[in-house]
Design a protein around this ligand. Structure first.
Ligand SMILES: Nc1ncnc2c1ncn2[C@@H]1O[C@H](COP(=O)(O)OP(=O)(O)OP(=O)(O)O)[C@@H](O)[C@H]1O
Ligand SMILES: [Mg+2]
Length: 361
């Protein structure tokens, strides 16, 4: 079991991990997903001490591996890592790459190391290439040797950091097959990947990383089919988002109109659709909401799904509870309704915005 307690990693300019706590149980197969730069690699590198946290503690089977005096090489044996770039020794054959760490780190005899290496090469379908050097192997083959090398140290946990992203597309499948087989053995694994289909089918648990930490932690069914939180949903559905907050009485109306237009150009929707978005903003935010309560803080968000070419608007606002259907500005309400398919009002007393309006166009 691995326990992260209040882990923060701060670099000079960014803090990819901010007070992260979680427990990784034996046998978990965790897919780690999230946008580029959100700290996925940093999280993995922290767990096997390739990097040290700025603050916080990591316990592996009850031992504080971040404590001063802990011998870092011990964690390298317990927790193996497979890198995007294979990291094989070029001057050693595939076989030697797998034998030598066993002799150096586990004190095995040459024969023992050889037997285990051949068995592992067989299990990743590489026994016929045992005597070849890395430069004679394809990317997919190199990665399979690298996985065998990691397994040779009998780790309790394996961390994969985008194991297939440096590969030619034709070789992704063979490496994924090896990892999939490994996942069935019950070994604890964490896999950073941008391949959502693979993440979904292999994992028992998914970390979606955003905003300096594990933003949503759930089963693959939850994360991929029924994400509970806004940013997860946007990421999973590949939504292109426009988001603006108006909290001053004299906000820049023309500025918002221009921003919506630029957003429309960026996501390449028709001019007509841009006009609809602008008029939703004008009728709902300007004519109905701000006329009802000029002190409302309003968030105007648009989500565009490329996949089904659909636009959604979510308007949330804080202040008194007010359903726009109850406005006395019936003209604006009927203009608004003529341009959209559905309008739904909901209250969420816990959130920063108590009123929410969901609009499908
Ligand atoms: N050694 C470093 N020094 C300074 N900043 C770093 C260092 N390593 C990573 N970062 C920064 O920390 C943030 C998180 O990086 P990380 O590599 O963990 O992201 P990631 O989620 O793995 O992204 P990707 O999907 O692109 O691999 C990024 O903004 C990155 O630029
Ligand atoms: Mg990374």
């Amino acid at each position: 079991m691995i326990e992260l307690k209040n882990i923060t990693k701060a670099y000079e300019r960014v803090t990819p991990l901010n007070n992260v706590s979680t427990v990784i149980n034996d046998g978990d197969v965790i897919a780690v997903i999230g946008p580029s730069g959100c700290g996925k690699s940093t999280l993995l590198r922290m767990i096997n001490l390739l990097e040290r946290p700025t603050s916080g503690k990591i316990f592996v089977d009850g031992t504080d591996i971040t404590a001063p005096g802990y011998k870092e090489y011990e964690i390298g044996r317990k927790i193996g890592m497979v890198f995007q770039s294979f990291n094989l020794f070029g001057h050693l054959t595939a076989l030697e790459n797998i034998m030598i760490p066993q002799m150096d780190l586990l004190g095995k005899s040459k024969q023992e190391a050889y037997d285990r290496a051949m068995q592992l090469l067989h299990s990743v379908g590489m026994d016929s290439r045992a005597l070849q050097y890395p430069h004679m192997l394809s990317g997919g083959q190199k990665q399979r040797v690298a996985i065998a090398r990691t397994l040779a140290l009998d780790p309790e946990v394996i961390l994969f950091d985008e194991p297939t992203s440096a590969l030619d597309p034709t070789m992704v499948g063979e490496v994924q097959t090896v990892i999939r087989e490994l996942a069935k053995t019950g070994i604890t694994m964490m896999i950073v990947t941008h391949e959502m289909k693979f993440a979904r089918e292999i994992s028992s648990r998914v970390f979606f990383m955003e905003e300096g930490g594990i933003y949503e932690d759930g089963t693959p069914e939850q994360i991929f089919e029924n994400p509970q939180k806004t940013l997860t949903r946007r990421f999973i559905r590949g939504l292109k988002v426009f988001d603006t907050v108006i909290d001053k009485k004299n906000y820049d109306f023309i500025g918002v109109m221009t921003d919506i237009e630029q957003y429309g150009q960026k996501i390449r929707i028709e001019k007509k659709a841009v006009y609809v978005l602008q008029s939703i903003f004008e009728e709902l935010c300007q004519q109905i909401l701000l006329k009802h309560n000029p002190d409302y803080k309003i968030r105007f968000a648009v989500e565009y799904s490329e996949k089904d070419d659909k636009l959604k608007v979510i308007v949330s606002y804080n202040g008194d509870l007010f359903d726009p259907e109850n406005t006395d500005n019936v003209i604006s309400l009927s203009i608004l309704k003529s341009r959209i398919t559905t309008l739904k009002y909901a209250q969420s007393p816990d959130s920063a915005f108590r009123n929410m309006v969901f609009i499908d166009i």
